[in-house]
Design a protein. Structure first.
Length: 90
């Protein structure tokens, strides 16, 4: 009696697992449409100067309006670089 319930539970879980795997695959395929496609790369290659100038303008504005936030960004960047450097050493 106990074996049959375990087998039924096992088959149910396997079916659910298969359904979830299919769903994950479908969602990842949908997500590919929005992340790092060839059109994104082409846009940044064509508008490289524009993107850089917008970024520097944002940093300049941030420097004037909220210097504490800029310090926080720099600190996080430093910590990330330090952690990455230690990862490569190991």
């Amino acid at each position: 009696m106990e074996n049959t319930t375990l087998l039924q539970d096992n088959t149910k879980l396997k079916e659910e697992n298969d359904k979830l795997k299919i769903e994950i695959e479908e969602l990842t395929n949908k997500l590919k449409k929005y992340t790092n496609t060839e059109s994104h790369r082409k846009y940044y290659e064509k508008n490289k100067d524009k993107v850089k100038s917008q970024g520097s303008a944002y940093l300049q504005k941030l420097k004037e309006t909220n210097p504490e936030k800029l310090k926080e960004y720099n600190k996080k960047a430093y910590q990330k670089a330090k952690a990455k450097k230690q990862q490569t050493i190991i």
